[in-house]
Design a protein around this ligand. Sequence first.
Ligand code: PMP
Length: 395
Amino acid sequence: MTNGVSNYLSYTAKELKPSPIRKFFDLAASMEGVISLGVGEPDFITPWNVREATILSIEQGFTSYTANAGLLELREEISAYLQRGFNVDYNPVNQIIVTVGASEAIDLAFRAIVNPGDEVLIVEPSFVSYAPLVALAGGTPIPVSTSPANGFKITAEQIEAAITEKTKAILICSPNNPTGTALTRKELEEIARTVEKHDLIVVMDEIYAELTYDEEFTSFAAIDGMYDRTILINGFSKGFAMTGWRLGFLAAPAEFVGHMLKIHQYTTMCAPHMLQHGAIEALRNSYHEVESMRNSYRRRRNYVVDTLNNIGLDCHVPGGAFYVFPSIKATGLSSEQFAEKLLMEEKVAVVPGNAFGESGEGYIRCSYATSMEQLQEALKRMQRFVERRVGAVVK
Ligand code: PMP
């Protein structure tokens, strides 16, 4: 190479920023005695029956490619799961793709619908991948901030205010990462009216659908008029405790799926064969395990929210996922200062809220997908930290 590597790199690669979450994980990983409330993944191991089905699949020699869209048997199970759990009808033959995590499904959705210059609204605070994936697809991500006063729920007015003639689609995630906010059917219906009025496509990230604690989950595609304009994203990572399996899926009207399948075919070919057998087992026989994990998360959520509010960190009650998003404004610190000092002084890792968009400034994300003992110890340390900062008398 005659010039430095930099001269050979694409502008796209150079402009892409590394995930702002990683920095804290790397720092925390280099220290001893850290309790991490930073990582967004279940503390449970995948249910045994799912692991066993996968072991059996390997033993039986299922080591080849599958159909690009995934095993038909798995797509049939996904179709039945979406029908019985969420009241939405998708044909397993041409409306479902098994992907490498929900992450790939989101990527396929943007790549299939975005043209250069198209704007995609991203409801913030949001999962860190959406905006970079829109940009990689050649589009322009437009953040739409939600407000803590409203429990971080997106409103029709906020969407209206962000729409231009270039707006093509909106990405909504409910229950949300990082706020845990879950939208009700009525709230989704209001959003649907705006979506219809402006003729938008909705990329709906429902990866936390299994983890809702107060209200029954409503799938956006089940709302009147939304089926034809929704790309439904879901997967096994969160509800089934299968993050490392890298298995997700999408469901959408057949024409969208046909085009997404071409991209999937060339980039991924198919999800791993033996793991798809595990996923079939997960959908058929994990109902009780999933319910028991959900109940455990609910107990921890209640404990964490109560304790944070008692400590003096205002925290709304999130309806789903496994995150709380308390305000740290009482300490007078910025989100990054809070996270850094808490890590250095008390060895508790959390994620600064601004990693999820500007509207997350003044907040931190804590995951409660860790044992009750660890949570109790982490909150004790946080209480000490906050007391030092605000000098408040704490109950
Ligand atoms: N969407 C959201 C909102 C997430 O929080 C995550 C994982 N943190 C994903 C998608 C990616 O999920 P997967 O592991 O299935 O790729």
